[in-house]
Write a protein that binds this ligand. Sequence first.
Ligand code: PLP
Length: 442
Amino acid sequence: MSHVFHRSLTQDYPTAVKGEGHYLIDDQGRRYLDACGGAAVSCLGHSDAAAIEAIREQVGKVAYAHTAFFTTEPMEALADFLVERAPAGLESVYFVSGGSEAMEAALKLARQYFIEIGQPQRKHLIARRQSYHGNTLGALATGGNAWRRQQFEPLLIDVSHVSPCYAYRGLQEGESPEAYATRLADELEAEILRLGAENVMAFVAEPVVGATMGAVPAVPGYFKRVREVCDRHGVLLILDEVMCGMGRTGTLFAAEQEGVTADLITIAKGLGAGYQPIGATLVSGRIRDAIANGSGFFQHGHTYIGHATACAAALAVQTTIQERDLLPRVRELGEGLQRRLTERLGEHPHVGDIRGRGLFLGLELVADRATKAAFEPERKVHARVKQAAMQAGLMCYPMGGTIDGRQGDHILLAPPFILAESHLDEIVDKLDIALRSALGSR
Ligand code: PLP
């Protein structure tokens, strides 16, 4: 019996022994095409020479230097790299070890900002239902996913949740996307007013929703309207790009495609592409200055913030993406994959919707396409698809979301940016096999 406290204590896991480009190989020699980057992490696949070399080199120089004593070259260089390319106004970077930590830092920065500027009563957070912002208690409280929150509810701070922007289920008959965006922004504004605008700290959202909904972008104009509402009431906008950021949607930051900037943006997964655990919170000049000119000290920290080796790995990953000009490739491959999925599975009786942006795509699985009824949760459709996909040699990321208060199922695809066109066919072929095996033949 394994002594590892695995996530599922009832499941056996194959042992991964080798990474080769976009494949992971187990100790039985089975090859798995990684079409989800684990959890949208491995954007350069599993054997990137530059990332491996950068780690080796940095460990040989300074593996780790505590940030209470030192700064380091890779941390400074990575911050420069990110700020040069970030949406307007984001001027500094706080480095952590993953997405949840990045969210915790963002929440605390928002809170401390309002204390520094003499508005300590601003403490309310608003986020969206069917969202996921991490598993630490602050980040879990922010997310609206009922299934993940349920048993920890008594431990969570009070956060308001408004409707997500979810055209497949939210757009009403005859409603234009513009009217839908306005309706949702009005709902946000009404919630701000209900709480008392002077008490609200921040609104939190993912530009393209990943784990809880399966790559759902907002309708055009939604984020512009949300930004206007936040500005009107002095509320900060926190964009969670932990999953959708770092090129995954075809631009370095997903917010670029919305034409908005944020006061805080969190990133993680693709930042280090799995070569090292790393996340970051990008901070606006306004927030940084308020703290710098006030107490001068951010009242937060972890042992491994700004880890030198993690920063060196992330810098190598991001430099490679830029030097190989992979972002246009992400858009091209993404279009190719979405087209192939639509051709092959668009009429599948249990595929309700195919959506996404760049190499961040989702398929929503339904019991009935006409009514959009979800499968009964007891059928555990997402778990069956995952198992069938692994048997077919494909890693995809099927998840149960919460649809109208009950579980629903979707599959997330987030393959590496280094694929060839032929690999797109392989993904679709294997996914088709997995769906047949999990849901029966069509
Ligand atoms: N935010 C989003 C949007 C995520 O998808 C995730 C993880 O899936 C997190 C935050 C938490 O990141 P981590 O698992 O690295 O703590």
